[in-house]
Design a protein around this ligand. Sequence first.
Ligand code: FES
Length: 95
Amino acid sequence: MALLRFFRNGVILGSAEVEGGVPILEIAEQAGIEIPSGCTSGNCGTCLVKLIKGKVPIPEPPPPGLDDYLIEEGHVLACCCIADSACDIETNPPL
Ligand code: FES
């Protein structure tokens, strides 16, 4: 069982199980955690979150809402990135 744990400012908000093919944004909703979102298609960057622990595959090519710097810093877009293993995610917007 792989768990996504969601944090805000380092404090845990809740967790939910990883589901194949389900973006982080929806898994957070299932856990009762709201991550701000806009386009839900990888363009606006509103749903940017940061991985504290674990890895999330970045779609290829990366969605327009992500750039190399953000990826290097461990950021992912919750609306279009899908976790396939246990991760800890900081939901506080980094900007
Ligand atoms: S909601 Fe726009 S990039 Fe995720």
